[in-house]
Design a protein around this ligand. Structure first.
Ligand SMILES: NC(=O)c1ccc[n+]([C@@H]2O[C@H](COP(=O)([O-])OP(=O)(O)OC[C@H]3O[C@@H](n4cnc5c(N)ncnc54)[C@H](OP(=O)(O)O)[C@@H]3O)[C@@H](O)[C@H]2O)c1
Length: 309
């Protein structure tokens, strides 16, 4: 049974660990970087904007001058950029303990496309991380007790604020017809979970001791809501939790000992919007193995990379 009030004091030393965190220039990723750095981890932060990346490093080093952090360029929505980043990492490092797939965008005001022509929320939140994980798998596989942790959302399922059942539109993943930005975001966050559970099953079937877990941060005030309108700005002040709480589920999924793989952590207060992280169930659709296999196959096709599993 999960502990109550799990907090960062539960995190053991991360010394000797190499940790990649996507989306660490702001919000939850930056907070996770600060804490894992304080715990002694060596961080690699792939960012799409080097100035923002360097600012993030500066803000971490303010409290921790000896923090070991390397910033590298990567736009997670651009598959070429993901390939270049992964190549550089593999040339320089021979192990990888933790990969935190955290970067994300939400509710773009219009239908934007990635460099390779995929709907931008799907490309950023799912496809880029799918490729990144696959390319870094050789390092993860050879690192004992390594983990891949992917950030999903409570919006991967039908919630009070979401009056549709999120699905994977296998026949039109990029919403070329009837674009609905909330459905596209929900699809990408459902894809994060289908990917995590399928990855974990495939790792186990291949007898690899890397595990895959997932998390969601409830409702946390960050830059994510910048396109979500005026009401959301007010809600951010009165309802959302602060980033020091929102970071806890992904940190628990990343560091809690004795996880088997396939765990999903999120807050449990106020319909999972707030509170300390515990194991939470995800939607029935997220556990659909047939759908997960189809998404896996189509993702391998779209990113032109076949997993070595
Ligand atoms: N906050 C919430 O309530 C909430 C709820 C559910 C799920 N989530 C999830 O939590 C994760 C973190 O979000 P957040 O709330 O911390 O938001 P945030 O403050 O906006 O941070 C998002 C991070 O992702 C990065 N990013 C976005 N697109 C990128 C790209 N193409 N290439 C590289 N980096 C990119 C951003 O970099 P830039 O600085 O360059 O933009 C930023 O570092 C996301 O996956 C989000 O879906 C958040």
């Amino acid at each position: 049974m999960a502990n109550k009030n799990w907090a960062t004091n539960e995190i053991s030393s991360q010394e000797g660990k190499t940790i990649i965190i996507t989306g660490a220039t702001s919000g939850i990723g930056l907070e996770a970087a600060k804490i894992l750095s304080q715990k002694g981890g060596k961080l690699i932060l792939p960012v799409r904007n080097l100035e923002k990346g360097n600012n993030a490093v500066q803000s971490i080093k303010q409290g921790l001058p000896n923090a070991d952090i390397e910033v590298m360029l990567m736009d997670i929505s651009d598959l070429d950029s993901v390939r270049q980043f992964a190549e550089k990492v593999k040339m320089k490092y021979n192990h990888l303990d933790l990969l935190l797939n955290n970067a994300g965008i939400m509710w773009t005001p219009q239908r934007n496309l990635s460099k390779q022509g995929h709907e931008l929320q799907f490309a950023t939140n799912h496809l880029g991380h799918f490729l990144l994980t696959g390319l870094l798998l050789p390092l993860l596989k050879t690192t004992p007790n390594s983990r891949v942790v992917t950030q999903s959302s409570v919006l991967h399922k039908k919630t009070q604020g979401q009056d549709f059942e999120p699905s994977i539109q296998l026949d039109d993943l990029s919403f070329s017809q009837n674009f609905d930005t909330k459905k596209a975001y929900a699809q990408s966050k459902l894809a994060n979970l289908l990917f995590t559970y399928e990855l974990d099953r495939r790792l186990k079937a291949a007898n690899i001791n890397t595990i895959a877990t997932a998390a969601h941060p409830g409702y946390t005030a960050t830059n994510l809501q910048k396109d979500a309108g005026f009401i959301m700005k007010i809600m951010n002040v009165i309802l959302a939790q602060k980033v020091d709480m929102g970071v806890l589920p992904i940190l628990r999924a990343a560091t809690a000992p004795n996880l088997k793989g396939g765990e999903f952590f999120g807050p449990t207060k106020m319909n999972e919007l707030k509170g300390y992280p515990e194991l939470v169930p995800s939607s029935d659709t997220s556990y659909d193995q047939n759908l997960a296999q189809k998404l896996w196959a189509v993702s391998e096709n779209l990113v032109a990379y076949k997993y070595d599993l």
